[in-house]
Write a protein that binds this ligand. Sequence first.
Ligand SMILES: Cc1cc2nc3c(=O)[nH]c(=O)nc-3n(C[C@H](O)[C@H](O)[C@H](O)COP(=O)(O)OP(=O)(O)OC[C@H]3O[C@@H](n4cnc5c(N)ncnc54)[C@H](O)[C@@H]3O)c2cc1C
Ligand SMILES: NC(=O)c1ccc[n+]([C@@H]2O[C@H](COP(=O)([O-])OP(=O)(O)OC[C@H]3O[C@@H](n4cnc5c(N)ncnc54)[C@H](O)[C@@H]3O)[C@@H](O)[C@H]2O)c1
Length: 459
Amino acid sequence: MSQDHFDFLVLGGGSAGYNAASLARKHVERVAIVDGSKELGGLCILRGCMPSKTLLYSADVLQLARESRKLGLNISRPQVDMAALHQRKLDMIADFAGHRRSQIESDRYHLFRQNGKLGPDRTVILDDGTQISADRILISTGSHVSVPDVPGLADVPFLTSDDILDLDTVPESVIVLGGGVVACELAQFLCRIGSKVIMIQRSPHILSDFEPDMAAVLEEALIDEGVELFTHTDIENIEPNENGVSVQFRQGHRAVIRQAQFLFNALGRKPATAKLGLEEIGIETRSSGHIRTNEYQMTSHPGIYAAGDCAGPHEIVHIAILQGETAARHSLGLEPMPVDYDKVLSVVFTDPQIASVGPSEETIRENLGDSLQIAEFPFSDHGRSMLMEARRGYVRLFSSSSDRKIHRAECVGRDAGELIHSMAVAVGTGATVDEIMKAPWYHPTLSEIWTYPLEDLAG
Ligand SMILES: Cc1cc2nc3c(=O)[nH]c(=O)nc-3n(C[C@H](O)[C@H](O)[C@H](O)COP(=O)(O)OP(=O)(O)OC[C@H]3O[C@@H](n4cnc5c(N)ncnc54)[C@H](O)[C@@H]3O)c2cc1C
Ligand SMILES: NC(=O)c1ccc[n+]([C@@H]2O[C@H](COP(=O)([O-])OP(=O)(O)OC[C@H]3O[C@@H](n4cnc5c(N)ncnc54)[C@H](O)[C@@H]3O)[C@@H](O)[C@H]2O)c1
């Protein structure tokens, strides 16, 4: 075998690519990782999940301290120390990234620190013109911030999530464009550290991919904390002014103008597929730019797979890893399970947190028809959440009178991202209400809240 030919090659060494390479390396000798980023580690570690959750956790503690009087405590003037917060984030990320870098740079892999594009016959052409090839290739190039066609947006300076995660001072005021996951998590963070935050969302409610009831709880919390929230808007113009930026928009018949020191573009991400030469070798993409794959992550080109944000349909790390590993397994003849999104698990790390598992409510209603049974319980009536003063939110279960399985679960409230996992086990394994009821539930825990809707469904 030639020195520049590999058994398995990943183009992009983030969550999808690295995990696919790691799995492939257990079965074949020559595995190549091609990644041209300034720093190795991928979005999740460097500019996504880990830095954002590091900062959000501190902001949650700050808020708890601010609300401590409710708990009979007197914590005077809690406030953020931005220099220390920023340094802690840098240290945390350096640690995670260092670990990943040592894995990728180990002699288990052949690492090429350049960007690449696809050539004919399963070749990859690196930036310096070198050509390498492989029996199997995984495209896992991730995504970048999108700049949609909003009037004026392309002509004004704006911050992205990368900039917010790297702040070492508190911005005086920020207009957040969008109401997706990034917008909600980071708008609350900005508000809690002391910025005046104005949020402008096009859809009728924030988190448009989530159920309206879930979003409503968070909207109320954001407004109570001081975020000025506009939903159902239509942006007409964005322009710079001497103090920063001004955004002109309509909300119904009302014309509104808001100004702030900074604009934060949180209008979503686009797959990083434009410069890969996909069209030239016949790899199909969707209108969104995502690479079209089947349930084994195979593209339209034999021997070439795609996984993670560049393939979609979800931009979530555990899905990127699952897709990458499925591609590696399939390409090596290891007969993986096909990837299906029926049991998709989502968590939004706001406060209250928002979490769900299973198909959307609309799909469940279609699938279950008259057999659908729904039961719910509010945090405001549950002993543990009451004593924690965590009264916002609810849990809701969707079952069927015919198979008695738990098909979907929703949780909005304190630690929802942890609480959802017991129901993720139920939905993931196809457990029935009666089977889950047999589990012991400790008193008084937050988890115990699930027993109320379970008992209702059990009749
Ligand atoms: C602010 C923020 C917070 C997030 N929080 C969460 C969270 O809490 N939980 C969660 O599940 N998800 C979260 N996500 C989403 C998650 O980070 C992504 O879904 C995930 O990291 C995508 O992994 P990936 O492997 O597809 O891409 P990436 O990790 O982006 O990896 C792609 C790699 O490919 C490289 N590359 C690109 N083009 C080329 C090329 N031509 N040649 C060679 N290399 C190339 C890039 O440099 C990069 O290293 C968050 C995202 C953001 C922006
Ligand atoms: N907790 C987590 O798991 C987590 C955290 C952060 C990000 N992520 C993932 O990262 C991805 C990116 O998140 P995001 O929030 O940047 O994107 P998103 O797609 O979730 O949200 C983008 C928002 O911008 C709005 N928008 C888009 N184009 C617009 C336009 N032209 N005019 C007005 N509004 C417009 C959309 O309606 C939406 O509300 C998501 O898929 C998300 O799953 C996950």
